[in-house]
Design a protein around this ligand. Structure first.
Ligand SMILES: Cc1cc2nc3c(=O)[nH]c(=O)nc-3n(C[C@H](O)[C@H](O)[C@H](O)COP(=O)(O)O)c2cc1C
Length: 294
């Protein structure tokens, strides 16, 4: 999907005339007139979104899209007041944000999506990231949706379970701004752990919902959450799902208990006995059933 079509490609503009990869079109460097026109197109879209009844608006400035390419030093090589230090690179994204915030109803929340790292040398630094979060907090953003990468093709992401959550955690707890964690979060248990441990305020799932479109209904049944909305045509399935979930959870808990490894806790009295009562000597054996060290 990152490759150009054989013909009929749109003309591109960008902060700097850099093709995404060798085969890509080379964009034209944006001038002030382009910036005004595109800012106004964002405003038009925000108005349409409001008319269509959306409750929340997210301004995309991640993954190498236009505003993202202003933010990253790898894609913004401008020499004017829109390039250079992070304060300059944030200038146009902030201008668009402020303009959209102005037309988006004050009572409706607005977020931005960012790439918190480019996963590439010379990319967005940690200081840049914190400066970005601070600047958008001051500009009145309600939430930052914290993704990473997809800014340059030579990125080297470090994938793993919940791999982008540390960035959401950092922004939330260092800047004091609500965050949404995304990326390889696959279970309701992980979602709850992220929220309860204060690493993010919201969690969004993509692929987990493609594999199981009823992920949320299943999670609500598992936790016996009474407030879950069920579409009317699905309601006849709700009570059965909740009943079956109780049984599944009991079976799961019993299975966990049965396969639980023996405790490695060393009781004081046993320690004294095995170490000959003296300090500093490790017992060779701990509790019955435990594997001795070595
Ligand atoms: C089919 C598909 C399409 C996606 N399209 C976009 C997109 O257009 N813009 C975007 O920012 N993220 C997009 N994403 C990324 C998701 O928003 C999400 O951040 C990512 O999939 C990681 O979360 P996950 O592990 O829950 O899937 C897409 C993901 C999938 C699976």
């Amino acid at each position: 999907m990152d490759y150009p079509l054989e013909s009929g490609n749109w003309d591109l503009v960008a902060p700097s005339p850099l093709p995404y990869q060798a085969e890509s079109q080379t964009p034209r460097e944006m001038n002030r007139a382009d910036m005004d026109r595109i800012r106004d197109e964002f405003l038009r879209s925000a108005n349409f979104a409001n008319q269509a009844g959306f409750d929340m608006l997210e301004l995309h400035m991640a993954h190498g899209y236009l505003l993202s390419s202003f933010i990253s030093p790898l894609t913004n090589l401008r020499k004017d007041e829109f390039g250079g230090p992070i304060g300059n690179r944030l200038r146009y994204p902030l201008e668009v944000f402020r303009a959209v915030r102005e037309v988006w109803p004050q009572e409706k929340p607005m977020s931005i999506r960012i790439s918190a790292t480019d996963w590439a040398p010379g990319g967005l630094s940690e200081e840049d990231l914190l400066a970005l979060a601070r600047a958008f907090k001051d500009a009145g953003v309600d939430l930052i949706d914290v993704s990473t990468g997809q800014v340059v093709p030579h990125q080297k992401p470090v994938y793993g379970r919940m791999y982008q959550t540390p960035f959401a955690d950092k922004i939330r707890n260092e800047i004091g701004l609500a965050t949404m964690a995304v990326g390889n979060v696959t279970s309701a248990d992980q979602v709850n752990t992220i929220v309860v441990s204060g690493r993010a305020d919201l969690v969004a799932l993509a692929r987990a919902h493609l594999a199981d479109p009823y992920f949320t209904l299943h999670a609500a049944a598992w936790y016996q959450h009474p407030g879950q909305f069920w579409p009317k045509p699905y309601l006849p399935g709700r009570d059965q799902a909740y009943r079956l979930a109780v049984r599944d959870r009991e079976e799961w808990t019993a299975g966990r208990q049965a396969t639980k490894p023996p405790s490695h806790e060393v009781k004081e009295e046993q320690y004294q006995q095995q170490s000959g009562g003296g300090p500093g000597k490790r017992p060779l054996e701990v509790l019955p059933g435990a594997v001795p060290p070595g």
